[in-house]
Design a protein around this ligand. Structure first.
Ligand SMILES: C[S@@+](CC[C@H](N)C(=O)[O-])C[C@H]1O[C@@H](n2cnc3c(N)ncnc32)[C@H](O)[C@@H]1O
Ligand SMILES: [Zn+2]
Ligand SMILES: [Zn+2]
Ligand SMILES: [Zn+2]
Ligand SMILES: [Zn+2]
Ligand SMILES: [Zn+2]
Length: 1005
């Protein structure tokens, strides 16, 4: 029996994540979570947030001993768990705070660092304990705060977004504006024309197919003909005169050839569509009704600016009911991406050219063209104003009797309408007030700095100052609101109000557009960049009971987030029911005893105590430009925060120290890598010797991942395990099966201790070990370590690669090939990928003589020798991700295709390679030293030349009727491999039969 020694203790102290991870279960939870983050993570916008369930599982896996069932632990209460309580955890790239929040929940002591002050503010407000009642009281104080006009803040902000209800409001501007729609105009670049051209891609403002209850085949008591009697009045506008029906199919879905009429609930009658008589209708409440969908489109008329409605299938050509002119509702002035056609002179040009012709300080002009409004009266909600505090207004909903025949009642009192002169005047009043009062109001005055994202998205479009991204009405309202928030005396509550303001900015600029499919705003950072919009949607700042993305609704999100601190929950998926939330007893509370948040550069970090765990999500090359995007929020937040926090003193967020690839700022891929190495080194210094570092990192085609692994090895880490997490949706899971390689990987690393004891190891020997390890591991996987569910082959692949990398990284820098040269990571990784692929793929295995084949020849034989070309987007799938196409091009086996604009790769034929191979082999011939072939199980290479080159050369000689025999002598040590390879190729590709037979006939004699 083995004596209880250090190695045994080390074995026993293994943590669960070093051995396995519940990949299938966590993926299943992560996908829905990414579509709806938990409330605490919805309090603020941050970029590329990670699903928190992944981090909860990582934390548990890193703290619980090996063999623990992590999914069992996942739903347990860890409030008093000695395995998690007080464990010191560091996140050097905390971003939106996932690690910090999840670790606090488990009772750990957390240190979170981020360079970006916005990230720091987010995490601080996420973990800060606040009393919900105090929070509501702060909101009430805010809404009542007096403004310069004498109105309360709420009244003042709502007053800028009022309009006349087209149904009930003649002469009174008492309905609320939900959205104002604006269009930018390009100025025709022809000097003799210079007409403004509104940049509409089409004239469809909104489309919706509401469900309508109706009585089918209702019989007219006058003419006895039948028609659909619609009980509901489906409409998105109010005015009857602006409604046009498709003569064929306006009745609704699957009722297309029916005539129809609308029921008048006040008069209790309807007008027969056959005889035009008004007929009385008996009681409709008791009769059973059917349901149908009625397609509606709200259109803008480019000739007279009317906003009207079309019912039924929208035709290519429609006639405006106001000016009677016809136009195509589907076709605007933007012909293709970025080009417009002048409606006056017909000349086509790029929008950007039109901007370039403007003076530098001028933006393209914008004009409002429609409004979506809400009338509480027509909704039946009486004088309901706002759902907060606390949703009293909701009480009356739907209960009121209707005094008037209303077309928009069934649309919850919402309507679209054109811009009237009084709407315009209200806007201009706000504009004038902004001019007059902006000196007393806080708003960002600084210039937008040139950067990777700002250059093309903002500056090229003449946005020179941050405030230019908002219209004057928005500036007036935002700065009035911000000023009032600044007056809150309790600074924690002030920061909570500011969190609501933070998220409001997301929904409030010229960079927001309208998603008519969902009747909501597309926020500025729907993509991770600044993307100027040609049609803009302006949201109301305070908002009413049905508004989304308004201050009142976003403050409610802050409350929900803060409630989550005391009542967190997790999603659980059951086999029979869809999924359920499991309430937890744990709480999330950061104070100075258990949580230290720092806004600083992790490249210089130095923690006072050693950390047990480092759990993080580092930046990924130039994928998200955190600091440039965060500036959009920062320039506003600092107006309140700079007084108390030095990190908010500068005009913009730190750029020079950011770890990122950013060519505009002169930051290369190498700078990025060096930055990461620096942080890994600090991590190594600050991690306890028996600690673990676990982090997620995106993985896709290309070499970024290789340099990540290299940076870890260089910083003194051993890679212990790697687990795949699917980063996007179910559909990308589907892609995974096709081996499109793009997912997040969890990396589990340990500190490499006892450097000095290291001896050199032969690559051949390590390869043997790797192969053995991969075989053992696949048995473990098959025996169900990852639970009952079957992992997909690409997942198995990744896990095995991770386990194999451990052997390589443990001896990093000490593994040498038979010439005594250190084996670089790229070469080792390629070999590992190939070995794993060999073990995992059962389809068409190579003959056993080829077990030690080199990777290029492996890929050629298994994936390429039977095809002429590969589409470039399939090359990874075809070559199973073993190596990049560039490597195969350099090796001479494929070339970039000439046809199809280079979107293919062509597989070279042996004959085509003959000349170059002849040169190669003639030059190496005399230097070949037979003993260099096959030293201790080295790869079946001819010196450093891949096997495939020898195969092609022999076939080339055969094709050219040259003497093959001397070369077979030359290749003698690898002739057995040559023979089986040629047989294998002949079977896969019959066109090779002739030259192969020739060579084989010489081998066999
Ligand atoms: C991928 S994000 C983290 C995302 C986070 N896990 C989440 O779920 O929201 C990476 C973070 O690294 C930060 N960062 C970049 N360079 C840094 C540096 N030198 N020191 C500290 N943090 C840095 C960025 O500001 C960014 O917030
Ligand atoms: Zn009304
Ligand atoms: Zn009739
Ligand atoms: Zn018109
Ligand atoms: Zn023109
Ligand atoms: Zn009405």
């Amino acid at each position: 029996m083995k004596v209880r020694g250090t190695s045994l203790i080390m074995e026993n102290s293994k943590r669960a994540i070093e051995e396995s991870f519940p990949i299938v279960e966590i993926n299943r939870l992560a996908i829905p979570e990414r579509n709806a983050f938990k409330p605490i993570y919805q309090m603020h916008k941050w970029f590329a947030r990670r699903a928190s369930c992944v981090f909860r599982a990582i934390l548990l896996g890193a703290m619980k001993p090996a063999g623990t069932d992590i999914m069992d632990e996942f739903y347990k209460d860890h409030t008093h768990d000695p395995d998690t309580n007080g464990v010191r955890i560091l996140d050097p790239f905390m971003g939106g705070g996932t690690t910090v929040v999840e670790a606090l929940r488990l009772g750990c002591h957390v240190t979170g660092i981020d360079l970006n002050p916005v990230a720091w503010f987010i995490v601080k407000t996420e973990v800060e304990p606040v009393n919900i009642e105090d929070l509501k009281a702060a909101f009430k104080r805010l809404e009542k705060r007096p403004t310069s006009t004498g109105k309360t803040l709420k009244q003042e902000l709502l007053s800028h977004y009022k309009t006349e209800c087209p149904c009930c409001g003649a002469g009174r501007e008492e309905a609320d504006i939900i959205y104002t729609f604006w269009v930018k105009s390009a100025i025709c670049t022809i000097s003799t024309c210079r007409k403004p051209v509104p940049l509409f891609s089409d004239y469809i403002i909104a489309m919706k197919s509401p469900t309508v209850r109706y009585l089918p085949d209702y019989k007219c008591n006058s003419c006895s003909k039948e028609f659909d009697l619609d009980i509901g009045r489906a409409s998105l506008i109010s005015e009857e005169s602006l409604m046009v029906n498709n003569p064929r199919d306006a009745s609704g879905d699957r009722r297309s050839n029916k005539r129809w009429a609308r029921y008048n609930p006040i008069e209790k009658n309807a007008k027969c569509p056959w005889c035009s008589k008004t007929i009385m209708v008996g009681p409709v409440n008791t009769v059973k009704k059917e349901k149908k969908k009625v397609p509606l489109a709200v259109l803008l008329c480019p000739h007279c600016s009317s906003v009207w409605q079309y019912r039924g299938t929208l035709p290519d050509e429609a006639t405006c009911p106001v000016c009677s002119k016809s136009y195509s509702p589907h076709k605007g002035n933007i012909s293709e991406k970025g080009s417009f056609i002048c409606s006056s002179c017909g000349v086509k040009d790029k929008v950007i050219n039109s901007i370039r012709k403007l003076p530098e300080d001028q933006l393209l002009p914008t004009t409002p063209y429609a409004i979506e409004g809400y009338c509480p009266e027509c909704a039946g909600n009486g004088d309901d104003q706002s759902p907060l505090p606390w949703r009293e207004g909701m009480k009356g909903r739907g209960k009121k009797e209707f005094s008037h025949l209303c077309n928009i009642k069934d649309n919850n009192g919402k309507f679209f309408k054109k811009i009237t002169p009084s709407d315009l005047k209200r806007y201009q009043d706000a504009e004038k007030r902004w001019e007059k009062e902006n000196g007393d109001l806080p708003y960002p005055k600084s210039e937008i700095p040139i950067g990777e994202k700002t250059k093309s998205g903002l500056i090229a479009h003449h946005y020179k100052y941050w405030h230019q991204m908002f219209n004057p009405r928005q500036l007036l309202c935002l700065s009035t609101l911000l000023k009032a928030i600044g007056e809150e005396e309790d600074h924690i509550l002030k920061e909570m109000l500011l969190s609501g303001f933070f998220n409001l900015l997301n929904n409030m600029s010229d960079f927001c557009s309208y998603i008519w499919q969902r009747d909501c705003i597309r926020q500025i950072f729907a993509r991770h960049d600044f993307q100027p919009k040609s049609t803009i949607c302006e949201n109301s700042v305070w908002g009413t009971s049905i508004g989304m993305g308004t201050f009142s609704s976003l403050f409610e999100a802050v409350i929900d987030g803060k409630e989550f601190n005391f009542k967190p929950f997790d999603r659980k998926i059951f086999d029979d029911i869809k999924n359920k939330y499991i309430q937890s007893e744990e709480i999330i509370m950061g104070d100075k005893n258990n949580c230290s948040l720092q806004c600083s550069n992790s490249q210089n970090m130095n923690c006072s105590e050693k950390m047990s765990l480092i759990i993080t999500d580092p930046p990924y090359a130039g994928n998200v430009n955190y600091s440039e995007l965060a500036d959009f929020f920062y320039v506003w937040l600092r107006l309140i925060l700079s007084k108390n926090y030095p990190c908010f003193a500068p005009e913009i967020t730190p750029k020079a120290e950011e770890i990122i690839e950013n060519p505009t700022r002169g930051k290369s891929a190498t700078d990025y890598k060096n930055g990461l190495i620096e942080v890994w080194k600090r991590c190594n210094e600050n991690l306890a010797d028996d600690g673990l570092m676990v982090f997620t990192f995106h993985h896709s085609e290309g070499s970024a991942w290789e340099s990540l692994l290299e940076s870890l090895c260089n910083a003194g880490f051993v890679i212990e395990a790697i687990y795949p997490i699917h980063s996007e949706s179910e559909s990308s899971l589907h892609l995974m099966d096709k081996q499109a390689i793009s997912y997040d990987l969890i990396h589990v690393c340990k500190k490499k201790v006892n450097f000095s004891e290291e001896k050199q190891r032969s690559w051949a020997g390590v390869r043997q070990e790797i192969r053995r390890k991969a075989r053992e591991e696949i048995k473990v996987i098959e025996s169900g370590r990852y639970r009952k569910e079957k992992l997909s082959p690409p997942d198995v692949n990744i896990i095995l690669i991770g386990k194999c990398l451990e052997l390589y990284s443990r001896h990093y820098g000490q593994i040498v090939d038979y010439k005594g040269e250190v084996v670089p990571l790229q070469e080792a990784l390629t070999a590992i990928r190939m070995m794993v692929e060999q073990i995992v793929s059962a389809q068409r295995p190579l003959p056993s003589e080829l077990e030690h084949i080199d990777p290029i020849s492996y890929v050629y034989l298994t994936c390429l020798c039977d095809r002429k070309e590969i589409q470039s987007d399939e090359v990874h799938k075809t070559t199973r991700g073993i190596m990049e196409p560039e490597v195969l091009i350099k090796a001479g086996v494929i070339r970039k295709g000439r046809a199809k604009r280079g979107r293919t790769y062509e597989v070279k034929l042996p004959d085509e390679r003959y000349k170059e191979l002849q040169k190669l082999f003639l030059s190496t011939r005399k230097t070949i030293d037979q003993k260099f072939l096959f030293p201790e199980m080295e790869e079946a290479k001819f010196d450093r030349i891949p096997l495939v080159d020898a195969l092609h050369y022999l076939m080339g000689l055969a094709g050219a009727s040259e003497n093959i025999v001397p070369w077979l002598n030359e290749f003698r040590p690898i002739v057995p491999q040559i023979r089986v390879s040629l047989e294998y190729m002949r079977e896969k590709n019959p066109t090779f039969r002739e030259p192969i037979n020739k060579v084989l006939s010489l081998i066999e004699v």
